[in-house]
Design a protein around this ligand. Sequence first.
Ligand SMILES: [Zn+2]
Length: 275
Amino acid sequence: MRLQVLGTAAGGGVPQWNCACPGCSGARDHPGRRRRHASLAVQAADGCYVVNATPDIADQIEACAWLRPGPGPRQSPLKGVILTDAELDHTIGLLRLREADRLEVRSTPVVRQALRPFADILRPYLQITWADADTIPISGKRPRYAELPAPPDSTGWVSASRLTDGAATLIYAPAMGVWPDELDEAFATADCVIVDGTFWDDDEPRRTGISAKTATQMGHLPITATMERLSRLPGRRLYTHFNNTNPLLDPSADQHKTLAELGVELAAEGMVIDL
Ligand SMILES: [Zn+2]
């Protein structure tokens, strides 16, 4: 199984269009620090998929050699999209794929239900086949647009995606507000895990003024709460989904040394992982 990291930023990207924080300003001054929204391309035995459909999806497909169209004039190797949740930064790219003839979208039932407005808009353009994804449930945290009216409680709102080709397994969990036991079991046998690195520490959203909530309250365990547990896993471990407030956006930050000592990597734009 071959993977390519298509993006590594949390919602808004780096730089975010309306933000002049040090992380975003740094990325404007140093184009090498720019990060597209977190996404992953997967070349598996049954075809090519993208995990999460971000606002950057068209550029991300262009940036991945094995997702380029051909040999026919309107022939794309992209078979479908796998969703970890229904957040806008992970789903809005579905609208950008409306030129497709057909597309498979894999998710949990509750995410599928939340995306019904997208399905209605896209129906005249392409044929979407909805299917269940292979997931490990993480939490019932709903996107803000789906908070009211309150639907029945469900744990299917945020999940980790399990991608396997029989020989190798990857777990992708870009949003982890909690670390359930089921995830521990899945991580223990995975060859590679790529997980939520949105915030470095729990107070970061409040300290930087972007929210009155802590990182955990926003649905993201901070890196300081997960890095040691990750370091004990047997497979390769990487962080992704970095918010523009995360000190790791600065390549000279001390926090890079802490992660290197623990053997935990940062996913990078364009990184290819063969499993
Ligand atoms: Zn910013």
